[in-house]
Design a protein around this ligand. Structure first.
Ligand code: FES
Ligand SMILES: [Fe+2]
Length: 336
């Protein structure tokens, strides 16, 4: 039995922040999806008028799972057991066989729909958001492909550990065979940006054009749920890409890691498609190299670093803001 995340890490598995629940185009009006996030069963649905909603899965009447046999009707979910209508705010809005409408509700969650993605706000003390998910121009600019889904992993690690991968750029040389040098680190409230210079010795598709390629990679963490990686590789031509990772806390055993990729279009559609596929495959292979490390790594509270290591201390200091005091006082085994 693998160790729980609360046994492995001193911080709560559920930090404050925006976490992605679905791609916008994967949730059509009148449909729903069942999700497990923050250790809870939830139902995500899009009303007939097009508004995304996220509510606790269990009907406030007798606890039926609304997403298992239930459906969307107008602005509400219909429970499969007695057809009570549950609104997007989680409250009972209609009982089809009674004049009464009990004033009871399940929890609803705040959503935002930005850059072709749907995000949920999480704060353990229900504090309203002080910042918003980023608007990414690569989602809509016609010179770019827009964000297409790349790959999803289920990982036995913590969302903060995944995001630390971007601060620890020295591991790129040794684990991924790709040299990375820090150019700057910028911290602006909830956004941590690490700008790097890259040298790719063997970069898949590029190999045919050049033995070595140089480039830049800027990694911005918007909280611990949205990691935007903007890269440029220069050889005979310049390739530009925007890769976004969405680590999502599932429960005390694992996270889900979703990825989407948008690249700047090449002169032909075929070349663009081939490059997108190749880039997604390269990214996927790199993450696969990280997976066994993440899943077996032991958390070091005060790691001893050398001067040449990446800006890991700066990253960890920045990340502390996503654990409010109420979470900091929890003991291992408690999740709040
Ligand atoms: S359990 Fe949902 S309507 Fe009765
Ligand atoms: Fe890595």
């Amino acid at each position: 039995m693998p160790e729980s995340l609360t046994a492995r890490f001193p911080m709560s598995p559920y930090p404050v922040g925006w976490f992605r629940v679905a791609a916008s185009n994967a949730l059509r009006p009148g449909t729903h999806q069942n999700l497990r996030i923050f250790g809870q069963e939830l139902v995500l649905f899009r009303t007939t008028s097009g508004v995304p909603r996220l509510i606790e899965a269990y009907c406030p009447h007798l606890g039926t799972h609304l997403g298992k046999g239930g459906c969307v009707e107008g602005e509400n979910m219909v429970c499969p057991l007695h057809a009570w209508r549950i609104g997007g705010d989680g409250s009972v809005v209609h009982v089809p066989y009674s004049k009464a409408t009990p004033r009871i509700a399940v929890r609803s969650w705040l959503l935002r729909e930005v850059s072709g993605q749907i995000f949920v706000w999480h704060h353990p003390d229900d504090v309203a958001p002080e910042w918003e998910p980023p608007v990414l121009f690569e989602a809509t600019d016609s010179n770019w492909t827009g964000f297409l889904p790349a790959r999803t992993w289920t990982l036995r690690t913590h969302v903060q550990e995944f995001c630390e991968n971007g601060a620890d750029n020295v591991h790129s040389t040794w684990l991924h065979g790709q040299q990375s040098v820090t150019k700057s680190v910028e911290v602006d409230k909830h956004v941590y940006t690490h700008r790097t210079a890259q040298r790719f010795t063997f970069f898949g598709l590029v190999k045919a054009l050049a033995k070595e390629a140089e480039g830049t990679l800027d990694i911005s963490c918007h909280g611990l749920g949205i990691v935007v990686e903007r890269g440029q590789v220069t050889m005979k031509l310049t390739m530009e890409y925007c890769l976004v990772f969405f680590p999502v806390p599932v429960d005390d055993t694992c996270i889900e890691l979703h990825s989407v990729l948008s690249i700047r279009r090449l002169p032909t559609e075929l070349a663009t498609r081939l490059l997108w596929k190749k880039s997604a495959a390269e990214m996927s292979a790199i993450i696969d190299q990280d997976v066994p490390v993440w899943e077996s790594k032991k958390w070091k509270e005060r790691p001893v670093l050398v001067a040449e290591d990446g800006p890991i201390h700066a990253y960890r200091s920045w990340a502390r803001q996503f654990y409010p005091k109420t979470q900091a006082t929890l003991r291992p085994g408690q999740t709040g």
